[in-house]
Design a protein around this ligand. Sequence first.
Ligand SMILES: [Ca+2]
Ligand SMILES: [Ca+2]
Length: 239
Amino acid sequence: MRFPFLALSFLLITGLAVSASGSDRIVVEAEIFTRQSKDETRRWYVLEQDGEVPDLAGAGEATKWVGPKQSAAASASGRTFLKLLPDTRQTHGDKLIRGENFSPEPGKIAILDYPVDFPKPGRYYVWVRAYSSGTEDNGLHVGIDGGWPESGQRMQWCEGKHAWTWQCAQRTAKKHCGEPMQIFLDVKIPGKHVVSFSMREDGFAFDQFLLTTDRGYRPQGEERSVQLPDPPGKAGTDQ
Ligand SMILES: [Ca+2]
Ligand SMILES: [Ca+2]
């Protein structure tokens, strides 16, 4: 599924901020993806405040999957977010089907692509703003340029149920709720790259993501998109 018309919006909404300390921050709305692939069993749907319930094309009862969650749009950035549907595993008691409602491996199901212009090489920590309602809708994978490094696997949320919550933590065998600041992408060559996300658990609700070289940065609330970078020598300016 492609949204070519979103390409321009991407340029308008995606932005880059350069903080006083010289670290970089890139904020992207989840709904401004440029490509979705491997979406036969699960697909990301755009949900908007006061928007229409999307046609799930036979994938399930739209009102059952969407209705209870559409209210989350009221507090999402841009009043719009993505929801991975259908969500057949909502509680631990629901049957776990690998390759359908759960994917321990990254890059297998429901891949979203975002072109991102990295201003410099470095380690970029990946934060995602998610809305989790239970224990089976709070996992995601992130990769870059078609690769899925270990440091992008098993993003995990435990705290912040029923509210949009930023997290940058990796689920590990020792720490199921996630090791903080263990989700990152190493960029060796600056310039354009493609950042991708894929399903770990169905039902995931995805509002924004943020990339930063500042390990100490902590996103709060709706992160504001910022203007595209100024010519070299000038710092970016908040809108
Ligand atoms: Ca689920
Ligand atoms: Ca959003």
